[in-house]
Design a protein. Structure first.
Length: 256
């Protein structure tokens, strides 16, 4: 018998011995103790089931991102807990010509395109104590991002620079494979709206009201720049995604 086989046999023997000891201890308990243990196990399972139900109620099944309901509650929490002199930007993101992706390459590839974009957006948010960032899928190909800003000292130029940074980071190498030789390069359109904490508190988590300004800017951007069709390119080609967008991506490590 090899050393690996001996180890496996030993592990099995240990498991059998452990179960035997547990069974012996359980048999020695009083009926009341057995009932109490059973109830504890039932409560544990019910708690796990409730947690799973709550997670599914507040998260998107395809991308595992928070959903519209979660984002609404998160914005209310941000407005209640963030310092009064802080602010935030809300970004609305959707895929250009998403129907064309589904119609051309099928819903499996369409789902893959959504999941890739979801991961890209997750990479934008910061996970630090005291920072209220959140990204959610709020519709078919529509995503929403709340990005916490530490103060309210932002003029139009600052916000434009911030917008261009987001646009570049979101669209940098947004692509999925078709086969071993070809890939599809696609793009998302972005709209952004600035809010003070007081303004968000007044809107009270109403997603439609909160996203209205970003939605309007997203529409204007599509009108001005066009709704970009996905492009099929050869893998390892010199094609640059930057050719599809006006603003080049900034360093992903940039401090925001």
């Amino acid at each position: 018998m090899s050393e690996i086989e001996q180890t496996e046999v030993s592990n099995v023997a240990n498991d059998v011995a452990a179960h035997f000891v547990v069974d012996q201890l359980f048999n020695e308990l009083t009926l009341a103790d057995k009932v109490a243990l059973r109830q504890l196990e039932i409560n544990r399972r019910l708690s796990e089931q409730n947690e799973q139900i709550m997670h599914e109620a507040h998260h998107d099944e395809l991308t595992s991102l928070p959903n519209r309901r979660y984002m609404s509650a998160f914005i209310r929490r941000f407005a209640e807990e963030a310092p009064e002199d802080h602010s935030a930007v809300v970004l609305l993101v959707d895929l250009d010509k998403f129907k064309e992706v589904n119609d051309t390459w099928g819903h499996v590839k369409g789902d893959e395109a959504l999941k890739i974009l979801a991961r890209r957006l997750q990479g934008v948010v910061r996970h630090r104590e005291g920072v209220f960032d959140c990204v959610a899928r709020i519709g078919g190909d529509e995503f929403m991002l709340l990005f916490h800003l530490a103060d309210q000292d932002y003029d139009a130029g600052d916000l434009q620079e911030l917008f261009e940074m987001f646009q570049g980071r979101i669209n940098n190498q947004l692509e999925f494979d078709i086969d071993d030789t070809q890939k599809v390069v696609y793009q998302a359109s972005v709209g952004m709206q600035y809010f003070t904490v007081h303004q968000l508190r007044y809107l009270g988590g109403d997603i439609d009201e909160i996203k209205a300004g970003a939605d309007e800017q997203l529409y204007r951007n599509k009108q001005r720049e066009g709704d970009h069709s996905p492009l099929v390119v050869q893998k390892h080609s010199p094609f640059s995604v930057g050719a599809m967008i006006d603003s080049a991506p900034l360093d992903a490590s940039a401090d925001m």
